[in-house]
Ligand binder design. Sequence first.
Ligand SMILES: *Cc1c(COP(=O)(O)O)cnc(C)c1O
Length: 283
Amino acid sequence: MSPNKFEMNNLEKSVDEETTKGEKKDSSSAVLETEPSDSGMAAASATDGVAATALRSVIQRIEHVAERCGRRSDQVRLVAVSKTKPVSLLKQVYDAGHRCFGENYVKELIEKAPQLPDDIEWHFIGNLQSNKVKPLLTGVPNLAMVETVDDEKIANQLDRVAANIGRKPLKVFIQVNTSGEETKSGVEPDGCLELVKHVTSNCPNLEFCGLMTIGMPDYTSTPENFKTLAKCRSEVCEALGISEDQCELSMGMSGDFELAVEMGSTNVRVGSTIFGAREYSTK
Ligand SMILES: *Cc1c(COP(=O)(O)O)cnc(C)c1O
């Protein structure tokens, strides 16, 4: 695993170990689409004070790996994934200078966003249902990006609502299922180009920005997942006649963001390494 290649101080190590344990234990609940419980959101306060430090160390690790493979670290956006975490902890990371946050649940995001400064760039990274599009877009005027567009229906709905509320074009990534396994999220690599073309030709209120993948159904990823996403990008760029830097790659999470940067990611989504392990209600 790539973190071993880097020197980590004890704090990072313990956060990582906690992460690994937590994620292994609840890898099944992580893919459930249940809303987090209130108790889960309150429990994170024990980690207050650690998140800003963890943020800085993640930024440093991104800088190191970017430098090592000849990329500029300002070409890699860090999305701090704050699902299930309390507003106080997000504020700590905000006060440390960070502005880009990712959330998975519409209900949670529309509760949190108004309690935080409006110069935050919110990325929606969860499974999105058509009937949640309007509350999402009206409740979060500073929504910067939806990373999880995976069929025409949701693209059309986002396009329609963005037009109706008169907001500026909404940036989107097309989510690709790169694991080859049965999962509800992500268009198959075969269907990626067609969906991208649909968005670029039929959705004037959406701005196509790139491709996103999670990896395996248990939220781990392999180099093959990242290669598959990069291959989809080549196909898209060739077909649309655009250069690769006009098509971002959103890949890499706590366990593998360094590998993802090595493999060309421009948008890493890091949650538990910054905010601590998530606690989901098991009920
Ligand atoms: C939760 C989540 C992440 C963050 O996962 P960590 O392993 O905690 O960094 C990234 N991407 C998506 C889509 C997620 O749902």
